[in-house]
Design a protein around this ligand. Structure first.
Ligand SMILES: O=C(O)CCC(=O)C(=O)O
Ligand SMILES: [Fe+2]
Length: 327
């Protein structure tokens, strides 16, 4: 039996775990929890690839295929078990590292180990490697993932930084209204030759999004929004936080074309409890549809991880040794 399927034209890989595989993956996470206590434990991160090699073979096979598929949008592993003892959805990410959710942070980290090395941001959610996506009261209309009433606009994760993730992993603990994560891509045949050429040139600015607390909002070096091969470009863009360089009319026209193009390509993928999705942060942008928060403990709740393919080659060398937290 094939363990995974690929659905064109949206290029989603889907791996459905049977009960035995889901049980084995869950037991592995529990054993790691008993031994290491937390996904944030540096000893757990040091052993991650060794531990992830004990994930069930169908999971490892599907991950290996997806990781090397340079055209994919995302891969979803469906059917992981979420136990009934999960606490109510917390009111804030600051209180979301709950005892019963820790095993899922570890499970997500183990899957992440099949795609590379998890990283965190010193200025985002207090530098945690595994972060939480849940609606926060008062943040409904914000531009960060704690929002709800406002659609989270499509973005490359951490587009502003050259050290951004190659994959973004999301594990759904709850999603009672089946709110869609959105996925968008550049529909190249619909882009004019002039816009395509301009988008490959450093005529745009990308600011850190508001999830990076205290980050400099000055706008860095002008950058292209597309790089790599013109027929399969790598995307680096954010609908809310990228903009054409002031006064550059050609860049403004290309930006208008690109945003309309991606708006038009956007489709939804609802991840439900037990689904683990890795988005390809080079091929697609992602966001989330708006929804009505409940604030009664039953709200949508995801664990999230940023993954780079190889910590040793993706991060600048540091005299103090390797760090997986980006400052
Ligand atoms: O809530 C979601 O489905 C996606 C949120 C998001 O963009 C993120 O956590 O990076
Ligand atoms: Fe995101």
């Amino acid at each position: 039996m094939k363990s995974s399927t690929i659905t064109p034209p949206r290029l989603l890989h889907v791996c459905r775990l049977d009960d035995a595989s889901a049980g084995a993956a869950g037991s592995l996470a529990l054993a790691c929890l008993a031994e290491y206590g937390s996904a944030e434990n540096p000893a757990f991160m040091a052993d991650l690839h060794v531990l992830a090699a004990d994930l069930p073979r169908p999971v490892r096979e599907a991950a290996a295929r997806a990781r090397l598929d340079e055209r994919k949008h995302a891969v979803v592993f469906r059917g992981n078990h979420i136990a009934g003892d999960l606490e109510p959805t917390p009111a804030h990410w600051k209180t979301a590292d709950t005892p019963s959710s820790r095993r899922y942070a570890i499970l997500l980290a183990l899957y992440a180990g099949l795609f590379g090395d998890p990283i965190g941001w010193a200025a985002q959610q207090a530098g945690h490697l595994i972060t939480d996506v849940l609606p926060v009261a008062g943040m409904e209309e914000s531009t960060v993932s704690s929002s709800s009433g406002r659609e989270l606009a499509w973005h490359t994760e951490d587009a502003f930084s050259p050290h951004r993730a190659h994959h973004v992993g999301l594990l759904a603990l709850r999603n009672p209204d089946q709110v869609d994560t959105t996925i968008g891509y550049v529909d190249l045949p619909r882009l004019s030759a002039a816009a395509l050429e301009t988008l490959f040139q450093p005529r745009f600015e990308i600011l850190p999004d508001d999830s990076h607390e205290g980050a400099d909002q000055a706008g860095g070096e002008p950058t292209p929004l597309l790089t790599g091969h013109p027929e399969a470009p790598v995307l680096r863009v954010d609908r809310d936080f990228a903009r054409p360089v002031a006064g550059d009319r050609g860049a403004a026209a290309a930006w208008a074309e690109l945003t309309a193009n991606i708006d038009n390509s956007l489709y939804g993928l609802a991840i439900g409890p037990g689904d683990i999705c890795f988005l390809d942060n080079r091929n697609v942008v992602h966001g989330r549809r708006s929804f009505l928060p409940r604030y009664d403990g039953t709200d949508r709740w995801l664990k999230r991880v940023n993954v780079i393919t190889d910590l040793r080659s993706s991060r600048p060398a540091r005299p103090s040794g390797l760090s997986r937290i980006i400052h």
